[in-house]
Design a protein around this ligand. Structure first.
Ligand code: NZQ
Ligand code: ZN
Length: 388
């Protein structure tokens, strides 16, 4: 096990009706808030009214930035930064899915920075400060509610880049599983795929002697597998939605399951290039890319793939070669994603081979990807081709 330091400052407020605690939590950060939300789902569900009344009740003036796109755009982040600066707003409140949370983090980081917030994402500068941020999560997927990451798309450059900053951890996140009852089937699938792949990025590594972390990963994966379909079949199944929500938060919160282990993240970078050009849902892209990454790299540490097949998919290894068991585990992963209705090929989402080399070159723009197997441009292109 590697040495590590782990600190996560986000306060999680979990359970049905917890939105009623919003005003009290937000009041700790002044009397002006920028309320950030997406394309309108929070208005349909009534959450918008609830949030506004909470803010009003606690004497907080609400300014609004609506219309955060799935795959949130830098141009929209700039608008939020302007509103905050013009109105002396000292607190950002994100109400929505990962895209809204990520855009809000970028706004919070951008307000006190004199340059363009995109500098952080291009590794040209390091954030020294941010406005405080609170969130109300409406979609279980990214883990953004309890982590320091944000992923922003510069649409003019077709670049989608992530940035991690200790200043971007939400101060609090309200996680009410009933707010996810209206998440449609496809987004429920993409969310499940996304959180599973977050675990994969941490689980497939070469670090020895990490049995606790491995079992934490495996238990999250099994819990997602048990609950994703239940949530799709019965969208208001509280237990299923609550379990998925907790899995999403645990899967990627800066270390809870991954302390002391190397991590990979190549597949995420490979997916981000797809979203940056074709604007597909992140989870849909991962559903296509991840099993092909697995096929490309499994021989690097076949025992981990055998362990995955046996412990997560209950595959019986008796009488089989390691190779066969590992491949069965990869196939089971693909079949599960497909059973949720998530795609398996680029063709299914209308993507051909014409821009593969461009995406592969951009993906390795900051150097080779991953740790489990270091991927150069040719490897990344090969994974895109396997995904056609
Ligand atoms: O915009 P609205 O109207 O709210 O609709 C959204 C959007 O169309 C809808 N939705 C959200 N909550 C809903 C709902 N519809 C009905 N009922 C609800 N309760 O769902 C659609 C997708 O929302 P989005 O926020 O884009 O989804 P997700 O949470 O999957 O976030 C994806 C983004 O997060 C990034 C991805 O790259 C992508 O840009 N990621 C962020 C990470 C992080 N911060 O740690 C890590 C991830 O790996 C990922 O890269
Ligand atoms: Zn992800």
């Amino acid at each position: 096990m590697n040495s590590f330091a782990f600190q996560n400052p986000t306060k999680i407020i979990f359970g049905q009706g917890t939105v009623r605690q919003l005003g009290k939590e937000a009041a700790a950060y002044g009397n002006k808030a920028l309320l950030v939300y997406g394309g309108g789902s929070i208005k349909k569900t009534g959450l918008y009214d609830q949030v506004l009344s909470q803010l009003k009740e606690h004497g907080i003036e609400a300014f609004e930035l609506a219309g955060i796109e799935p795959n949130p755009r830098l141009s929209t982040v700039h608008k939020g930064i302007d509103i905050c600066r013009k109105n002396g707003i000292g607190f950002v409140l994100a109400v929505g899915g990962g895209s809204v949370l990520d855009a809000s983090k970028a706004i919070a980081l951008g307000v006190p920075y004199e340059g363009d917030v995109w500098d952080f994402y291009e590794h040209k500068a390091t954030a020294k400060d941010a406005l405080p941020l609170g969130t109300v999560l409406t979609l279980s997927a990214t883990g953004s509610e309890m982590n320091s990451a944000s992923v922003i798309t510069n649409w003019e450059q077709n670049r989608k880049l992530g940035y991690l900053s200790v200043h971007a951890f939400p101060r609090f996140s309200i996680l009410d599983p009933t707010l996810t009852y209206t998440v449609p089937k496809d987004q429920t699938a993409y969310g499940a795929v996304d959180m599973m792949t977050h675990v994969f990025e941490q689980y497939f590594n070469h670090t020895p002697d990490t049995p606790l972390q491995e079992r934490l990963c495996e238990s999250i994966l099994k819990t997602i597998v048990e609950n994703a379909k239940l949530a799709q079949e019965k969208p208001d199944d509280y237990a299923a939605r609550a379990n998925l929500m907790l899995c999403g938060t645990y899967a990627l919160n800066g270390g809870m399951i991954s302390v002391g282990m190397d991590q990979d993240w190549a597949s995420h970078d490979i997916e981000h290039e797809l979203s940056a050009i074709y604007d597909i849902a992140h989870g849909a892209g991962l559903s296509i890319v991840y099993p092909n990454w697995m096929k490309y790299v499994y021989r690097e540490r076949i025992e981990r793939f055998v362990q995955f097949a046996v412990r997560v998919w209950d595959i019986d290894p008796s009488g089989k070669s390691d190779e066969d068991v590992a491949l069965e585990g990869i196939q089971a992963t693909r079949d599960f994603f497909r059973s949720l209705g998530a795609p398996s090929t680029l063709a299914e989402v209308g993507i051909g081979e014409d821009r593969i080399e461009e995406m592969a070159a951009k993906a390795v723009g900051f150097g080779p990807l991953g740790h489990f197997k270091k991927l150069e441009q040719a490897d990344v292109a090969a994974i895109y081709r396997l995904s056609l």
